[in-house]
Ligand binder design. Structure first.
Ligand code: ATP
Length: 446
């Protein structure tokens, strides 16, 4: 029987990472002959939540007591972490033991002096309905509704501070992975958490070349490795991809000055577009992530801060879309749009006035730019000029006149091509599906 453990909101902007709780919990559970019966889960939730620390991630561990050791999915200080078979029933006592172990770890590691850190843990043998996951990844959930459910069920739970972490903790154990990816996370030694690692860029480029099913390792335009967190956290680096066995190669390829103390492969909803809801523009609300289809209705312009904004319209309304400054070169693509272009846009909506923060754009049909020019004078071979509205053309040199219907119709070629474009890896949302992955899925490779 599986014990579902969900944890969220243990970190702050100045330290910790909720995924590290998994390492400390597993370290303790392994001593008690307990183990995980499936990959640990890193579940990203609604990216538009203002009170998130960074990537709005929660974790879920599926714990059991089976004996057969199946595959190695991590290592803590040289000791392997196996996925074990889930054979034996779990007594209430055991569930309570697991609960107190997780609570002890949270007490020891959460950032208790930050009022924005409000941890939550949920432990249960009955998997909660996946509707909790879907509403937490796609909308804003009220703590009261989560509390009502927790109170009505036989689950063990605890919240610290304002207890908001219970929302993410419940969502994480409710996730039933359909589309999923993996992330190999490596962790620093505790005395090195505040050290920024030095690394060999070429080794990250090599990793990117060798790992066929991996994505967002290196941003070649910005010339920067994306596997290292920007903030100082216990995480040394994280490598994402579709094949967990392939990800292990990263341990041999990536060269840094810090040796990982532990590594663990998480199953995750990163890169799945699970946050996206297909809607018409009239139905867009704050804090949703959407896929809309419409026509560019206002020319893109650069505003203060280097952001590019434009408008898109469908039969139900019109909305501003934005490629913000951190999306770097992506803005050059967006600036080539013109009114009349037919587009699909994936993006997140923060708050009023609603603006879609573009993650990907598909140019479905380019508006043709057709211009009418005066003809060449048949006598002097020079370009004629307009003789006035609807009055045809005249030659300034020899005075020849030609009627309006002799105008030359020309099409100006567009630089922009039809196709799909995305923000660069440095600006990627965790949940956003990279084009590389879209293409691999189309070819049945993942
Ligand atoms: P990190 O990714 O570095 O672990 P974080 O960005 O996940 O940090 P948290 O510190 O976990 O941020 O804060 C997010 C908070 O928002 C949590 O308390 C979580 O329960 C809550 N939360 C997540 N999704 C929603 C949602 N859809 N509605 C309401 N609250 C949410």
């Amino acid at each position: 029987m599986t014990i579902y453990v969900g944890v969220d909101d243990t970190d702050s902007k100045v330290g910790m990472c909720t995924t590290y709780i998994a390492i400390e919990v597993l370290k303790r559970l392994m001593k008690e002959n307990l183990g995980i019966v499936s990959y640990p889960r890193l579940v990203r939730l609604n990216p538009n939540i203002p009170w998130k620390t960074r990537g709005n991630g929660a974790i879920a561990l599926l714990i059991g007591t089976g004996s057969a050791r199946e595959q190695i999915i991590g290592e803590i200080n040289g000791k392997p972490i196996f996925i074990i078979s889930d054979e034996e029933p779990c007594s209430n006592e055991l569930v309570e033991d697991v609960f107190s172990t997780v609570c002890e770890v949270i007490e020891e590691f959460y950032i208790s002096d930050d009022k924005n850190t409000n941890p939550g843990v949920v432990v249960t043998c009955i998997k909660p309905p996946s509707t909790f996951y879907w509403s937490t990844v796609r909308s804003v959930v009220k703590l009261e509704s989560v509390m009502r459910w927790l109170e009505s069920q036989k689950v063990l739970y605890k919240g610290w501070g304002n207890k908001r972490g219970l929302i993410g903790a419940l969502a994480a154990i409710s996730w039933s992975p359909k589309d999923k990816t993996y992330e190999l996370l490596t962790y620093k030694n505790r005395n090195e958490w505040l050290k920024r690692p030095l690394y060999d860029k070429e080794s990250v480029k090599m990793l990117d070349k060798v790992l066929r099913c991996s994505f967002d390792n290196y941003d070649y335009v910005e010339d920067c490795a994306c596997i290292f967190p920007r903030a100082l956290t216990p995480v040394l680096y994280g490598v994402r991809g579709d094949d967990p066995r392939e990800l292990k190669l990263a341990l041999k390829i990536v060269k840094t000055n810090l040796r990982p103390y532990a590594w663990l492969i998480f199953e995750t909803n990163q890169g799945t577009d699970d946050h996206i809801v297909r809607v018409c523009i009239g139905k867009i609300r704050s804090r949703m992530s959407v896929l809309i289809e419409g026509i560019v209705s206002e020319k893109p312009k650069i505003i203060e801060g280097g952001h590019v904004i434009f408008k898109v319209q469908d039969d139900t309304g019109e909305i501003y879309c934005a490629a913000y400054e951190p999306t770097k070169g992506f803005r050059k693509i967006v600036l080539q749009l013109i009114p009349g272009d037919k587009v699909k846009i994936w993006g997140s909506v923060k708050e009023y006035p609603n603006t879609v923060n573009v993650e990907k754009i598909e140019v479905i049909e380019l508006k043709r730019i057709i211009i009418k020019r005066p003809p060449l004078c048949p006598i002097c071979k020079k370009r004629m000029t307009s003789a006035g509205k609807g009055k045809g053309f005249k030659c300034k040199r020899c005075g020849t006149r030609l009627p309006e219907d002799t105008a030359v119709i020309e099409e100006i070629p567009r630089k922009l091509k039809e196709g799909i474009y995305e923000v660069p890896p440095v600006a990627r949302r965790h949940l956003s599906m990279p084009i590389k992955r879209i293409k691999m899925r189309e070819r049945g490779l993942c």
